[in-house]
Write a new protein. Sequence first.
Length: 376
Amino acid sequence: MAVLSTPNKIILFTAVVLVLLTLGFYMRRDIFMTVPFPVLQKNLNATRILVCGGAGYIGSHLVRELSTQPDYEIIIVDNLSKGHKKSIPKGIKFEKADIRDKLALDRIFSKYKPDAVMHFCASISVGESVADPLGYYENNVAGTIYLLQTMKRHNVKYFIFSSSAAIFGNAKEVPIPDDAQPNPINPYGYTKFVVENILASSENAYGLKYICLRYFNACGAHESGDIGEDHHPETHLIPLVLQVALGQRDSISIFGDDYETKDGTCVRDYIHVTDLATAHIRALEYLVKENKSQSFNLGSGEGYSVKEVINAARNVTGHPIPDIVEARRIGDPAVLIAKSTRAEKILGWKRKYNTIESIVASAWKYHKTHINGYND
Ligand SMILES: NC(=O)c1ccc[n+]([C@@H]2O[C@H](COP(=O)([O-])OP(=O)(O)OC[C@H]3O[C@@H](n4cnc5c(N)ncnc54)[C@H](O)[C@@H]3O)[C@@H](O)[C@H]2O)c1
C-alpha cells in the first residue's frame, strides 16, 4: 500500500474521526435531543437519591445498605403515616412530607436537587384496598403522579419503583416468569399495575427512565438487629409467628390445609429485605449505565409452605408455637413463587439469604430485642 502524504493523512484522520463522531451521535442521540428529563451527566459518584418512604420497612433497609456506600447522598421523604423515625440512621437527611403535597415536593426537590428517586411510599394492605379502593388509588396512584410531575419539573430522570407480585394475580405459570402477563385481582395490585403503565407512558412522552421491582414476600431484618418489620396492623406471616414466640399471641392461624401443595398449606416466595435492598442498588447502577427501563421479579425461585415457615420459627426460637387450622381465605392462591432470572442475569443480583431458617433468624434477632417494634 502506497505511503500517504501528510495532507492525505490529515484528511483520512479527520474522516475517521467524523465517521466515529457520527456513529457515536447516532447511538447516543438521546443525550443530544431535547427531552424533558436530561441524562445524568455525572457518574455515580455522590449521586443524590431521594428515598420516598425511606422510614418504612423496606425503604429503611435500602437506606442502611446505601448509607454504607460513600458514593451516595440520601434524602428521605416520608409522612411517617406507617414509617418510623427511629429507623433513620443518624446523619441521614430527612424531610417529613406527604408525596401528595406538591408544594412540599417542589421545595424538597429545589433544596436537594436529587439525581434519582426511589419510591417505596404506598398503602400496602390488600384487604384494606378492597375496603377503601379510593384511598388506595389516591395514595398509590395519584401520589406517584405528583412525584413524577415534580421529577419532570425538576429534570430528574431516574426512578426506581416498588412494584409487587400482586400485579400478577392468579398467575397461569408458576414459578412466575419476568415476562408473565400482569392480571391483578384486587385494588392494591391494580394500583401497582396502573403505576407501571404510567411509567411506560412517561418514558415514551418525556424520556423518564425507570425500573419496576416486583417484590414477592419481603421478610427478615437487618443483620444488626437494629431495624426490622413493624407494620400496624401486622399481616405478614413471619412477624405474626414470632409474636407467638414472644408470648404476644396464643397461637398462629393457618388458613387452609387442604391446598394441592406439599403439606396442604399455601406456598409463598420469601425474599430477605436486605436482598431486596441490594437489588435496588444494582438496579440504579444499571439504569444510569444502560439508560434503559426494565421490570424485574425479585423472588427466590423457591417456595415455603406456611407449615414450613412455622417449623423454621420453632427451630429458631425454641418455642412450640401452637397453630390453629382455620378455613381458607378468599383469594389466596395455593402457590406464589417467582423466577428472578432477569435480575440475576442483567443486574448480576445474588441473594445472600438462601434458607427460610436464616431469614427467620434475622427477623427473630430484631423482634426479641424490639418486643414492641419501634415503640413509637
Ligand atoms: N412488604 C412487602 O412484602 C411488599 C411486597 C411487595 C411490594 N411492596 C411494596 O414495597 C413498598 C414498601 O413496602 P413496606 O413493606 O416497606 O411498607 P411500609 O408501610 O413499611 O413503608 C411505606 C412507607 O411509605 C410511607 N408513606 C406512605 N404513603 C406516603 C405518602 N403519601 N407520603 C409520604 N410517605 C408515605 C409510610 O409512612 C412508610 O414509611 C410499598 O410500595 C409496597 O407496596 C411491599
